[in-house]
Design a protein around this ligand. Structure first.
Ligand code: PGA
Length: 255
């Protein structure tokens, strides 16, 4: 059984004090949630403060980026062991904004994923097609290449720890969600690619959906057999909506 994961990607939002006031209220509101793993990825400057606030709770903290070298003259970068030390148990890798604005490639995603895994941090490897890819009918080709190149050369043990996030670029921050069927189609395809990489682990790997996930569409998305959680931007910035997302299963039972 794959335990669902609801992850908030705060991108470049919230100061330290804003982050703390969010988590102080949020942790009480989600204290009784046991059936969903909860993750918040604040900006790097807030990571440690947020970690200290939530470390005794059911909330995990993650970073939005990582560098693959252990230490040295790499101005502006932060290593896996530093993230671990600051309280990160997860890290987002290869988010489409990082690919688009900061030149990340499948190759850098692979190195970063390796670095996270060797330091006991769970990588959330992000993949997704652009609108152009979708219109040109190359979605599956693009996704297959992203997944295979990002996960090249990993041992079975490393593979078993990974999380993949499928985020169609055209759905991020646009209010346009992939329909549950569109998302399920790609998630099932990603699981098939995982099967080609590592037969016996394809069924256990968690695949999150991201791209305008909101309280009013989360239940339908989470009902899909291959969607194991959400990577949420905008709707994770407000306590009320993120609480609703984390509690999506209650809404499903009510329907
Ligand atoms: P969004 O962002 O929920 O605001 O579309 C998702 C993401 O980029 O991870």
């Amino acid at each position: 059984m794959r335990k669902p994961l609801m992850a908030g990607n705060w991108k470049m939002h919230k100061t330290i004090s804003e982050s703390l006031s969010f988590v102080t209220e949020f942790k009480t509101a989600v204290a009784d949630v046991k059936d969903v793993d909860i993750l918040i990825c604040p900006t790097l400057v807030s990571v440690n403060a947020v970690y200290n606030e939530v470390k005794k709770s059911n909330i995990k903290v993650g970073a939005q980026n990582i560098f693959w070298e252990e230490k040295g003259a790499f101005t502006g970068e932060v290593s896996a062991s530093m993230l671990k030390d600051a309280g990160c148990s997860y890290v987002l890798i290869g988010h489409s904004e990082r690919r688009q604005y900061f030149g990340e490639t499948n190759e850098t995603v692979n190195k970063k994923t390796k670095a996270a895994l060797s330091n006991g941090i769970i990588p959330i490897v992000c993949v997704g097609e652009t609108l152009k890819d979708r219109e040109e009918n190359t979605t599956f080709e693009v996704i297959e290449k992203q997944v295979k190149e990002a996960l090249l050369g990993f041992s079975q043990e490393e593979f078993s720890k990974l999380v993949i996030a499928y985020e169609p670029v055209w759905a991020i921050g646009t209010g346009k969600t992939a329909t549950p069927q569109q998302a399920q189609e790609v998630h099932a395809f990603i699981r098939k690619v995982c099967f080609q990489i590592c037969k016996n682990l394809a069924d256990t790997i968690r695949i999150l959906y991201g791209g305008s996930v909101k309280p009013d569409n989360v239940s339908e998305l989470m009902k899909q057999p291959d969607i194991d959680g959400g990577l949420v931007g905008g709707a994770s910035l407000e306590v009320e909506s993120f609480v609703k997302l984390v509690n999506y299963s209650k809404n499903i039972h009510q329907i």
